[in-house]
Design a protein around this ligand. Structure first.
Ligand code: PAF
Length: 279
């Protein structure tokens, strides 16, 4: 497996791949890789000739009071995991390689207003900007994103359609720990008691899914899930929303593909989880 720190290095490798007619799969990450990322890399490996993993903590998607400085990093461990899963290239640029200030940004406000977007202003502008750059740098045929970041996935799909990026965006299922907690690099912030408390998210998710299946209405569903979360004293709901899976607008009745998404603080750590339901 190769490592690249500059755009030029990636471009040269990509040029060779394209000349040989190889397909390219991109897995964009912010590093500190876990099994959830591993599942994306495995899928990319199965479906492409050349697999690029980007490992970049993107500063412009963090708000001023967020965890940019403390965001967990372990590049050596990331390299080992990528190599063991057969990735061909890990792209690990410095922020100065990606951004020269002032720089152009990509913003898709429509789908960014609700859910995490309303709580993290500017976050999705930062995500769309870096992902556009990664698409252009890698010239990927396919790009792989986790469904845990459901709003991010919907926004990237819309951006690709609206801006005619020539890449297929593939969403991959949430990977959970054995006890149900959705895998996330931020789980590492949780102490033992918080780790136990965090199970209220997946408990609410499983109960919510079952309730929708049985025909429960939106407001009852929200109160059922909220009750499960607020039973846990360490948990504070940031949002819990029932929205249309495609346009992310709030639904009053459930009769189309629906996304139930939430962000919950466990102590100081903000965790997200979701499920979607199609009829
Ligand atoms: O999902 C993430 O880890 C990030 O938002 C992404 C897509 C790698 C962009 O920095």
């Amino acid at each position: 497996m190769k490592t690249a720190k500059t755009v030029e290095e990636v471009r040269n490798l990509v040029k060779h791949c394209k000349a040989e007619g190889k397909s390219i799969g991109l897995v964009p990450t912010m590093g500190f890789l876990h099994k959830g990322h591993g599942s994306l890399i495995k899928k990319a490996r199965e479906e492409n000739d050349f697999v690029i993993v980007s490992d970049f903590v993107n500063p412009i998607q963090f708000g001023p009071n967020e965890d940019l400085e403390s965001y967990p990093r372990d590049f050596d461990a990331d390299c080992k995991l990528c190599e063991s899963l057969g990735a061909d290239l890990i792209f690990h640029p410095e922020p100065s390689e990606m951004y020269q200030n002032p720089h152009t940004t990509v913003d898709i406000s429509l789908l960014s207003d609700g859910l995490c977007g309303s709580k993290r202003p500017g976050h999705f502008k930062g995500v769309c900007t870096v992902v556009s750059k990664l698409f252009n740098i890698s010239k990927a045929d396919r790009a792989y994103f986790g469904q845990k970041d459901a709003q991010q996935l919907a926004i990237i799909k819309k951006m690709v359609k609206d801006l005619n990026f020539d890449v297929e965006v593939i969403g991959c299922p949430i990977v959970r720990e054995e006890d149900g907690l959705a895998m996330s690099s931020r789980n590492t912030y949780l102490n033992e008691a918080e780790r136990k408390a965090a199970l209220c998210l997946s408990k609410a998710i499983f109960a919510g899914k079952d309730a929708i299946h049985k025909g429960m209405k939106v407001c009852e569903l929200q109160s059922l899930m909220s009750r499960i979360i607020t039973c846990e004293p360490m948990a504070k709901i940031d949002y819990l929303s029932v929205v249309d899976l495609e346009n992310l607008q709030p639904l009053e009745e459930i009769h189309e593909p629906v996304l139930v998404a939430m962000a919950v603080y466990i102590g100081k750590t903000r965790l997200i989880d979701n499920f979607f339901y199609e009829f």
